[in-house]
Write a protein that binds this ligand. Sequence first.
Ligand code: NAX
Length: 328
Amino acid sequence: MKSPIRISVTGATGQICYSLLFRIAAGDMLGKDQPIILQLLDIPNARPLFDGLVMEMQDCAFPLLTELITTDDPLVAFQDADIALLVGARPRGENMERKDLLEANGPIFIEQGKALNAVANKHVKVLVVGNPANTNAYITLNNAPSLNPENFSAMLRLDHNRALSQVAQKLSRPVTSIKKMVVWGNHSNTQYPDLNHAEIDNQSVRSLIADNDWIDNSFVPTVQKRGMAIIEARHGRSSAASAANAIINHMQDWIFGTRKNDWTSMGILSDGSYGIPEGVIYSFPVTCQNGSYKIVQGLNLSDYDRNKMQKSYEELIAEQNAIKHLLV
Ligand code: NAX
């Protein structure tokens, strides 16, 4: 029997977690033979919802769930954590710019970065989902100086999956046949979904989609604006089950490795690759192996691509500047 893995999850009584926690406890993320301990964090007002959640989790009688901890104290939630999924934040409502969330969410991620630094396992893998995810990951990392910056990531996997799905539908081919998609940049509408390197059954996707009009006026804006389209369609509620699924995909690839001859998109600390200066949490194409990621190198980029990537970078710098005063 394997020893249990400690998974901390914040925002535990929110809607993403209502999908996520049951799937993790069922073994969808770490496998059907991996026991887990869930350490759940939410704010004090969430207590009644926590009680309901705990009852439902108990009623599932999950064989892999060895312990379930609920708390409003980050120092308890992150104690010895092997994995920390930072989902809790204020969600973006209808007509709300993501930047409006910076002020509200900054202090949450400062406190949680400090708590991770103090009590988490030194090899903890941290995924920030709460928006604005890239900048929240940047804040968390900056408040956890004793942890390796490579242990932090922001979630772009939902955008990546959306891009895969758009191409699969366009070509009427299974989504699993598409490889080497990239979503560059910020998890916002400046992100750049890029299918120029994508392959389908070893053929270039561009050789099958020559239609620039579809790429520029359908594919790219559909992926970029999908979050808002879902909020509108769901009467103000943001993507939940698809976000939970993307969290599981992101962590599986990071821990168990990406597919052969494929990569994924992860928001990680830039190292200067592709002309994106060091020091921002930016989404790059990465391969994962043995629990570590590596940025895919050597992709050919046009001036058009670089211009789109630069716009997203500039937005991230503006976000960083907007929260600078919170970091001192
Ligand atoms: P909900 O509002 O349903 O849940 C948020 C939960 O976080 C609530 O239970 C709230 O009490 C809790 N919370 C607030 N402050 C907290 C704190 N200091 N510590 C712990 N918990 C705290 O939102 P939900 O739909 O679950 O979305 C969560 C976050 O994910 C939002 O910021 C949302 O914008 C973001 N998303 C990010 C995505 C991505 O791809 N990176 C996609 C989906 C989603 O939009």
